[in-house]
Ligand binder design. Structure first.
Ligand SMILES: [Zn+2]
Length: 320
């Protein structure tokens, strides 16, 4: 098994997580964040199964965002075996659901977006794409429910559904069905990754935010709490009891600043303000000096890695 594209924390999930702890988000954005996190957790659970159970010649591509003829579609997991392209639409639903003739609903009768219809669209988009690329590989779609607390009533035997209790055997079956991979399989995998990279910026955008509105301070990476006990060397979270070094916490918080305000020049002053003046100015400067590369600037030293430049004392940019 070879993972040609790893799953990463989606840009939107990362950004909303940062905004959630530093501002009061709208209820709709909060709900969206919860669903993104749930999807991501479910996909990670499925990845863990794939990593454990798939051991034959299979190419795995995680989380692809593809665009063809003006249509964009997202694939949770794609696996290439010798004869088939397997598409897995992964759902992390919990509780009881009904498979009705006209779609899906919760056990209480609330209709939800039909995941089988979604899978059908994705597979037909992919078939079209492969046809355009003159690939003769067939596409097989699978709807996977990963949460052990999920129950589905009235599913039909012909539905391409994999229930939590069937995941292991389905993945093990992939091993027995896969023969040797050839050059065309790797070429196809690389072409899909290239198409993904070209269209990744199409991802939905974060809601509007400004520097002034966001809460300043050092926050815990594990739980987002600002209730930190900072000593000479270590940092202790009073909410989740996570312990880490002060340097690591500062670096995590600098990463947030750079993510949310990529154009902000990093200076000891800007970082100190972002971190709520939680540590002494000199200590902050030392962390920057130790982890970023210095270069010249008339008003003082400038530090930077590629894409990590920080100036010692230009005016602080407060909004984007
Ligand atoms: Zn914490």
């Amino acid at each position: 098994m070879e993972i040609v594209k790893e799953r990463e924390v989606p840009h939107l999930l990362k950004g909303l997580t940062y905004l959630d702890k530093r501002s009061v988000m709208k209820e709709a954005d909060k709900q969206y964040l919860t669903s993104l996190q749930k999807n991501f957790d479910g996909a990670n659970d499925f990845d863990a199964k794939v990593n454990t159970l798939v051991n034959r010649e299979v190419i795995v591509l995680n989380d692809l965002l593809l665009c063809n003829k003006g249509l964009t579609f997202q694939i949770d997991t794609l696996m290439l075996t010798s004869h088939l392209v397997h598409v897995f639409e992964v759902k992390n639903y919990a509780g009881g659901y009904l498979r009705n003739p006209d779609g899906f609903s919760t056990i209480l009768g609330q209709k939800i977006a039909d995941p089988l219809l979604q899978l059908k669209r994705t597979t037909s988009f992919l078939m079209q794409l492969l046809q355009d690329w003159a690939s003769e590989l067939k596409v097989q779609g699978n709807l996977v429910f990963v949460n052990p607390a999920f129950t589905l009533y009235q599913a039909r035997i012909e539905d391409p559904i994999i229930l939590p209790s069937q995941i292991d055997s389905c993945l093990e079956a992939l091993n027995s069905h896969s023969g040797g991979l050839e050059r065309q399989h790797y070429q196809l995998a690389n072409r899909l990754v290239k198409l993904h990279e070209a269209h990744a910026p199409l991802e939905k955008h974060l809601p509007y935010y400004s520097y002034e509105e966001l809460k300043k301070g050092l926050s815990c990476k594990a739980c987002g709490s600002f209730e930190l006990l900072i000593t000479q060397r270590s940092c202790f979270c009073k909410s989740c009891y996570e312990k880490s070094t002060v340097t690591d916490v500062i670096l995590d918080n600098i990463e947030e600043l750079q993510f949310l305000f990529p154009d902000t020049p990093l200076t000891t002053a800007t970082v100190n303000e972002w971190c709520g003046d939680a540590v002494h100015f000199r200590r902050m400067r030392k962390v920057l000096k130790d982890h970023f590369v210095a270069s010249g600037q008339t008003s003082g030293p400038v530090y930077g890695k590629p894409s990590h430049v920080y100036y010692e004392s230009p005016p602080v940019r407060k909004s984007k």
